[in-house]
Design a protein around this ligand. Structure first.
Ligand SMILES: [Zn+2]
Length: 387
């Protein structure tokens, strides 16, 4: 199949390749340029094609209910699996062709991967962290694997690897949603984080960390962690450290934005709303600091947290643009940067010969009208039309 005459985004160089034809065969991009052949498709002529989006921070077992923890604790296995299948479908229909899920429940995330790989589900590719590893009583303990001290942390990480996790998620500060923990306080100490990182890297896996706290961010950089999720209370010293170590930030602006904008009417628990409002301005400042210091950024939504729905990843791109990032740069964070962070940039994240045919097509130019990102005309996953 040859798609004729599109404006194709060269996301690496942040420029459009006009009047470009794309040939897809066996789910991959076979050729691009001025092409001709038997099966030519002119239906997307003059439209705009970008790589499939990569959301590096989702929670497919969470629905986005106001009381997330209450919901998670009241669900049974069937509820979890059905919800995840619905959420995966929402992602792919919005143009997200790869997600990294960072908070599995009972390793159902790893189980689901088999069915995705077999092509049984309408779903993005899923990279799953298994259970989050957290200190006793730490953020997310109600779904995670609690561990204290280097030895136990190593064992907890090894358990996730044994189960088949693609990456490891640890917790290095308090969180907004867990009652009674302080977002300003760091949780795992440097030695625990180093032990977790060593185990993940030894196995050839990436490691990410949930972190709001200023000290927690620095601890995580020093421990060699690959990405800091949220990085809410970043200061200049931390920004400098992240830039030097090339530690990724996954800002998840949607998480706090949804709590603050929709929380009061949406029934967010009082304690979470208060914490959210407290950190909102600081979080946006941290994002701007990341831009100033050229910290590598990958897009992630934290979808599944209160009023933060699966299928809304393109809104995260708009939020990054609203807060000072260029549109093409924001698309870059949502494609090739995500691919690098997940470790799949050899096959995903850009429109290049030999890469997976994971593509999104828009009627109008998203660089001029970013809102168009919310309404894709077509999503293509391994050459297959989704819409
Ligand atoms: Zn999260």
């Amino acid at each position: 199949m040859i798609y004729k005459n599109l404006n194709v985004l060269d996301v690496i160089n942040e420029k459009w390749l006009e009047h470009t034809d794309i040939e897809i065969k066996d789910g991959s991009i076979l050729n691009m340029g001025k092409l001709s052949g038997v099966y030519e498709d002119f239906s997307y002529e003059n439209c705009y094609m970008i790589p499939g989006l990569i959301d590096c921070h989702t929670h497919i077992f969470m629905a986005g209910d106001a009381d997330t923890i209450g919901s998670v604790q009241s669900m049974n296995t069937t509820d979890y699996v059905l919800l995840a299948i619905k959420n995966l479908e929402r992602h792919i229909k919005s143009g997200v062709t790869t997600i990294r899920d960072v908070g599995g429940i009972n390793h159902y995330d790893i189980e689901l991967k088999k069915h995705i790989k077999n092509g049984e589900l309408l779903s993005p590719d899923l990279y799953a962290a298994g259970k989050i590893v957290t200190m006793t009583g730490g953020h997310g303990y109600f779904i995670g694997r609690e561990a204290d001290g280097e030895t136990e942390v190593r064992k907890a990480v090894r358990e996730q690897l044994k189960a088949g996790a693609d990456l490891i998620k640890v917790i290095s500060s308090g969180g907004v949603l867990t009652p009674g923990v302080d977002v300003n306080a760091y949780q795992f100490n440097i030695d625990e984080l180093k032990a977790a990182t060593e185990e993940a890297h030894k196995a050839g896996r990436k490691i990410c960390t949930h972190c709001h706290s200023t000290q927690g961010i620095k601890n995580s950089v020093l421990a060699g962690i690959d990405s800091i999720e949220h990085a809410t209370l970043l200061d200049r010293e931390g920004a400098q450290m992240m830039a030097e170590a090339q530690t990724y930030m996954v800002p998840t602006l949607s998480a706090v934005d949804n709590i603050v904008k929709k929380g009061k009417d949406g029934g967010i628990p009082e304690f979470a709303l208060k914490k959210g409002i407290d950190v909102y301005r600081k979080h946006l400042n941290s994002f701007r600091l990341a831009l100033e210091y050229n910290i590598p950024i990958a897009m992630g939504t934290d979808a599944g947290t209160p009023l933060n729905y699966h299928g809304d990843s393109p809104r995260e791109i708009l939020l990054m643009v609203e807060n000072g990032m260029g549109v093409l740069e924001a698309i870059k964070t949502s494609t090739i940067n995500g691919a690098k962070l997940v470790g799949i940039d050899d096959k995903a994240g850009s429109i290049s010969i030999g890469k997976n045919a994971d593509l999104v097509i828009f009627k109008t130019n998203p660089e001029q009208q970013p809102e168009t990102l919310l309404t894709p005309l077509q999503v293509i996953k391994r050459g297959r039309h989704i819409l």
